[in-house]
Write a protein that binds this ligand. Structure first.
Ligand code: ATP
Length: 587
């Protein structure tokens, strides 16, 4: 097949303004493509050489492309550059300069699809010191044999600006029309794509084996599965009703979703957008290698940043430190992660995507050897509104975003690539920044781990209730302390240690060490939330609930000028909470 045939269709696709016409043109293209080329043509039509999850790009900089065009056309680079400034499109400029070519190429070979693909593939794979020269030579060679129109599309492809805008769904439509035509065929083809994320592979199977082949299509370790997503509802009543009266509710961890593919000792991690993010999480890779008891598996979970000293979960933003090419080792020490696994899609030869969730979860439980750093998502099975609400508050308390409630019925398959009602997320739909700092009394402490062994990992803090002269707990704070603070703290608190919870302290939490309320520190939090385990303003806003400060940080200020009774009062915290709600209502 000649590349010119593809270029002709590209030109028509570019000219059309109608989605249906675009599909028709793609159908024509699919039909005229020999089957051994179909995957290549599908990738090329989207400006790619491989599916997105393959970590290889053609990656040609404009400078290199100009040099190659100058070589192939015989025109100086400055002239070409000038023209690009006018046209704004390196493709059009290439078309023009190849048309005005100054040197004749003898024995000009017509370009075949294979030659174009193979050359671009070589360019993508070129690395090392000679890579730039090699890529320039390869591109110049192609352009020398290209017709003007072909040059336009080659140039756009290599610089990542093909501009045809052919979406995955459009290609699926075209494949379905070309090979099947029925609605059922379309659904099967889409499912094949959803469990492989590889349009080229889907097209190839269709071309060789037809719809029957697509019916036999299965997941492969190494090919990411497009993620199942959740709908949202804002009350436990609605959620239970939608899920048939009973569901499994799981913590909604606030981290990065990872899809782990394990084959022997090799583990690959894909992000929610199916990018290969293996290099960002060497620690997660190691955990999976050692704690997954299967030769082959595809598992999903949430990767969450953990405070190395306290073991507590950190907000999602902390994972940003892992998004880097260099220095991951250091980031790994400073921002360690834990894994919370929530699905099993494939285990040792068994494709689980069409199994109901309870079955998949059983596989997950069998395959994961839990440790402190890798766990299965915390869950309850319930049909009770109150229980669901309490579990939700617990999740928030533990630093999660809320819950994901999942269907446990026979039809609760893994809906790859779809946002559906088999998973329903339950988050507070408000979020607001706490802008005021609060002064809280230190009433207890928890021993530290890791670097903080021998000192405190976090402090239990309380607000003051002047009405009955008690201190009601409102948060656990382990962030914001310098090394010096940590050295100083046990010394500072020593004279306030008491054997058991102080009589004026009202706490449902068991601390490792208790203090008489005496020392006050200044803290800034992210927001105030309802809490089933903190006693601050208990029953005031809602029966059975207190208030908690989420993600608290010590500002560095010891309020030595304040007595414990001068700490922020529980009423002030309740007012801050109400103001926060009002602010959200106004938005
Ligand atoms: P959000 O911003 O709320 O995470 P989203 O569009 O990325 O939304 P949703 O499908 O709406 O994704 O919510 C599910 C997301 O929650 C998953 O992508 C995953 O990253 C995360 N998550 C955390 N814990 C769980 C869990 N136990 N089960 C499923 N997903 C979970």
């Amino acid at each position: 097949m000649h590349y010119a045939e593809i270029a002709d269709i590209y030109e028509k696709i570019e000219a059309t303004t109608k989605r249906l016409e675009m599909t028709d043109l793609l159908v024509q293209l699919v039909k005229k493509t020999p089957r051994d080329l179909i995957d290549r043509v599908v990738y090329l039509t989207q400006g790619k050489l491989y599916p997105d999850f393959v970590n290889l790009e053609i990656g040609v900089a404009e400078r290199l492309a100009i040099r190659a065009l100058a070589r192939a056309s015989g025109w100086p680079e400055e002239k070409i550059e000038e023209n690009i400034k006018q046209s704004g499109d390196i493709g059009e400029t290439a078309q023009k300069f190849i048309e005005m070519k100054r040197q004749i190429t003898f024995f000009q070979q017509p370009l075949t699809v294979n030659r174009v693909y193979d050359t671009l593939d070589k360019m993508a794979r070129a690395t090392g010191s000679g890579a730039v020269d090699m890529k320039t030579a390869l591109l110049a060679g192609l352009l020398s044999d290209a017709k003007p129109k072909e040059a336009k599309y080659i140039m756009r492809t290599v610089t990542g600006s093909l501009r045809l805008g052919v979406a995955d769904m459009t290609v699926l439509d075209a494949l379905a029309i070309a090979y099947g035509g029925s609605k059922e065929a379309r659904e099967l083809i889409e499912r094949a794509y959803n469990i492989s994320s590889d349009l080229g592979r889907v097209a190839r199977v269709l071309a060789y084996e037809g719809i029957e082949g697509i019916k036999r299509f299965h997941v492969i370790v190494g090919n990411p599965i497009r993620p199942m997503l959740a709908e949202r509802l804002s009350s436990p009543e609605e959620i239970l009703e939608k899920l048939g009266g009973k569901c499994i509710a799981e913590y909604k961890y606030d981290g990065e979703r990872v899809q782990a593919h394990k084959k022997g000792d090799e583990v690959t991690l894909f992000s929610r957008r199916l990018e290969n993010i293996t290099d960002q999480y060497p620690d997660a890779v190691k955990l999976l290698r050692t704690h997954v008891k299967a030769e082959e598996a595809i598992l999903e979970g949430e990767c969450v940043a953990i405070d190395p000293e306290t073991g507590e979960m950190q907000p999602f933003q902390e994972l940003m430190h892992r998004r880097r090419k260099y220095g991951v080792e250091k980031a790994m020490e400073d921002y360690p992660v834990s894994l919370f696994m929530f699905d099993a899609l494939y285990v040792d030869g068994k494709d689980l995507t069409l199994e109901p969730y309870p079955v998949r979860r059983r596989f997950l439980e069998e395959v994961i050897e839990e440790s402190e750093r890798i766990k299965i998502a915390k869950s309850i099975i319930t049909g009770d509104v109150k229980e669901l609400e309490t579990f939700f508050l617990e999740a928030i308390e533990d630093g999660c975003e809320g819950l994901v409630c999942k269907s446990i019925h026979g039809d609760s398959v893994y809906q790859a690539g779809a946002r559906g009602w088999l998973w329903i997320k339950y988050k507070r739909d408000y979020k607001s920044e706490m802008t005021d700092t609060v002064d809280l009394a230190v009433v207890g402490a928890f021993y530290g781990r890791g670097k903080r062994a021998g000192t405190y990992g976090s402090l239990l803090l309380a607000a003051y209730n002047p009405e009955n002269d008690t201190f009601e707990t409102v948060t656990k704070c382990g962030t914001g302390f310098t090394d010096e603070d940590l050295m100083k703290l046990p010394e500072l608190m020593k004279k306030h240690v008491v054997e058991h919870k102080h009589a004026r302290v009202n706490s449902l939490i068991e601390a490792d060490v208790w203090f008489e309320p005496a020392v006050v520190i200044e803290v800034l939090g992210a927001e105030i939330t309802l809490s089933p385990i903190h006693t601050c303003a208990m029953d005031l806003v809602r029966k059975g609930c207190g208030l908690a400060i989420r993600f608290p940080r010590f500002t560095g200020n010891y309020r030595l000028d304040k007595a414990a009774e001068d700490a922020t009062t529980v009423n002030e915290i309740a007012e801050m909470y109400q103001r926060q709600l009002k602010k959200i209502a106004e938005v």
